[in-house]
Design a binder for this molecule. Structure first.
Ligand SMILES: Cc1ncc(COP(=O)(O)O)c(C=O)c1O
Length: 398
């Protein structure tokens, strides 16, 4: 078995059961190299116990560097976390808030990027300001004007997902980042629906904080993610979620001569403070392997391939009476192609009917969401359209 990733090839996913798997926006099945990397960690610990830990510490260094490259961030600005939530909570709890400060969030977002801000608002008497994510799809120009109007009234932080999980709308991060800078607002981005499929550049986009999980477009197992904190924001973060590994030189008392067991070591700066306790080494190994595959092909090429896949499917679905959420402007597109019928309640029955015909997709909040990745072949759209016709011929979804 080679470890070579090739566009349109499922050779590295021999166990995948669905004929067409277009649900990467929910969860990616692990490839053979991901499974082999996890097995190797288990073998290491099974054979060597604690002596294997060193290998994993070195892997973490490599992984932080690879993730920093993925989002064009400087080294040491990225930490490994358990998931997107852990990164968001670290920031929501780590900023020193003042009462009545305003936090701008978006109606329509996945709740991961809402709950921690609601909690911070409750604790610190903050005001949450709501805009509608979908307005940026309907009329981007008008929505950006409303966005800037809110910034002018004074907003401490904007929290937004790079890609909306329902419609696949890619948010105008560069413009938002520019406006945030102009008005002295901090920008927080949930990148889980973007990283691994959409090119990201935290500096060009003016992003101050970015949190991400890895089981979707990064194609790693669950329980491993990362957090980015811009170097200029690092010093202001409070260690409110710190644990024993958040300190500098945290291992000294375990490996050096007596006298190192102290509780006053300084905290590691910025994102690294969020690495509080014993990490998920199996997940990290899986993530390192899946990133290696993504790097073989390259994010730009994967994005182009997925757009070709969407191009091959979208017109056929529209001809058949579905409405597409896909933006006409390429800069608003992502890995997600979502469609709906006139009745949003029909989305789950459609997803179910497609699943019965071997097509795995999702139905979040009234949308039929198709999310292919690099292994998806360009003959799949034709097979999906044939399945749609067959479902209709049989009387429609249940
Ligand atoms: C936009 C978005 N953010 C976050 C998550 C998940 O958050 P977490 O990694 O904390 O489970 C999802 C999907 O599960 C999502 O679609």
């Amino acid at each position: 078995m080679t470890n070579q990733a090739e566009l349109e090839s499922r050779a590295l996913f021999p166990q995948l059961q669905a004929d067409v798997y277009v649900n990467h926006a929910s969860l990616s099945p692990p490839s053979q190299p991901v499974r082999a990397a996890i097995d190797a960690v288990l073998d290491g610990y099974a054979g060597q116990g604690m002596a294997w830990y060193r290998e994993e510490m070195q892997r973490r260094e490599r992984l932080r560097d690879s993730l920093a490259r993925l989002i064009a961030a400087p080294a040491d600005s990225v930490a490994l976390t358990a998931n997107t939530s852990a990164g968001i909570i670290a920031i929501a709890q780590g900023l020193s808030w003042r009462a009545r400060e305003r936090v701008l969030v978006f109606d329509g977002e996945f709740p991961t990027n809402i709950t921690p801000w609601q909690q911070a608002a409750r604790q610190h008497d903050l005001e949450l300001v709501w805009l509608k994510a979908d307005d940026f799809r309907a009329d981007r120009h008008a929505a950006l004007e409303r966005f800037e109007a809110e910034l002018k009234r004074g907003v401490r932080l904007v929290a937004v997902s790079a890609v909306q999980f329902t419609t696949g709308q890619r948010m105008p991060l560069e413009t938002m980042g520019e406006l945030c800078k102009r008005h002295g607002t901090e920008l927080f981005v949930d990148a889980i629906q973007a990283a691994g499929i959409v090119p990201l550049d935290v500096e060009a986009m003016g992003i101050d904080y970015l949190a991400c999980g890895s089981h979707k477009w990064l194609m790693a197992p669950e329980g491993i993610g990362f957090l980015y904190v811009a170097p200029e924001r690092a010093a202001a973060l409070e260690p409110n979620m710190a644990g024993w590994l958040s300190h500098e030189d945290a291992f000294a008392f375990l490996t050096r001569a007596p006298g190192e067991l102290r509780y006053d070591r300084p905290f590691r700066p910025g994102a690294l403070m969020a690495e509080a306790g014993t990490p998920n080494t199996l997940g990290a190994a899986g993530l390192e392997a899946s990133l290696g595959l993504l790097e073989q092909i390259g994010i730009e090429r994967i994005f182009g391939h997925v757009q070709a896949w969407h191009d091959a499917l979208e017109p056929g679905l529209i001809e058949r009476g579905f409405r597409s959420a896909r933006m006409s402007d390429g800069s608003g597109r992502s890995g997600i192609l979502s469609v709906r019928t006139d009745d949003p309640a029909q989305a789950p029955p459609w997803a179910q009917a497609l699943a019965e015909r071997g097509i795995a997709c999702a139905s979040p909040d009234g949308w039929i969401r198709l999310s292919p990745h690099w292994p998806n072949a360009l003959d799949e759209p034709g097979r999906i359209l044939a399945a749609v016709d067959a479902i209709r011929d049989a009387g429609g979804p249940a």
